[in-house]
Design a protein around this ligand. Structure first.
Ligand code: S6P
Ligand code: ZN
Length: 195
């Protein structure tokens, strides 16, 4: 662990950090049950287990005064008509925010609060997205031929709560239909008062 100021570089061309401590890979099987089209999921699984996204993290102590940061790379592709995406999560400490800077590609961030308020905001190269405290977030790559690469920063004590999203998903899904990107309702989603 470096306890002096340090510098590193983000290469947009290679979608890689000049230095990192941890490399996480998430494959299709890690998102079992998260895509709407089960038949398309099974067909893709029968062919193999494609890599959906990767995270490169720089290790820091998980303390409130620290900032965890790294690079997220969501690969292009579809499961049925649904774009490749991250699992998505709330922060365990709900009152913690996150900033994303889009380095490469195009996509959207799907977000929602525990009360069911939702938002979908674009990722474009050079764009900065602020995810306020309390908003769950999922990155979606809507560019069908290019990686979506974002640099993220969030408080060291935030933690990750995947449970709600694993159970019923986000309120909105992002799909590729008739040559365009559409935001549609997720039929499995239940309003908070009905859970
Ligand atoms: C962490 C931050 C990102 C995600 C990454 C993968 O708070 O939001 O580093 O971890 O984009 O997404 P997920 O939902 O699998 O953690
Ligand atoms: Zn997060």
């Amino acid at each position: 662990m470096i306890d002096r100021p340090f510098v590193f570089h983000v290469s947009a061309a290679d979608a890689i950090l000049s230095t990192y401590d941890r490399h996480i890979e998430r494959r299709l099987s890690d998102l079992n049950g998260m895509f709407a089209d089960g038949v398309a999921y099974d067909a893709l699984r029968a062919e193999g287990d494609p890599l959906l996204y990767e995270v490169y993290e720089i290790q820091r102590p998980e303390l409130a005064g620290e900032l965890l940061h790294g690079l997220s790379v969501v690969h292009p592709g579809l499961v049925g008509d649904e774009y490749f995406m991250t699992k998505g999560h709330f922060h365990s400490v709900l009152e913690t925010a996150e900033v994303y800077y889009c380095v490469k590609g195009e996509g959207v961030m799907v977000m929602e609060t525990p009360e069911g308020e939702w938002a979908v905001e674009p990722f474009r190269v050079g764009g900065v997205l602020y995810v306020p405290p309390r908003w769950a977030h999922r990155s979606v790559n809507t560019g069908l031929s290019e990686d979506l690469v974002t640099f993220f920063v969030y408080p060291g004590n935030a933690g990750h709560d995947y449970g709600t999203i694993e159970t019923q998903g986000f309120r909105k899904r992002v799909i590729h239909r008739q040559g365009e990107t559409q935001i549609v309702d997720n039929p499995r989603w239940l309003a908070p008062e009905n859970r």
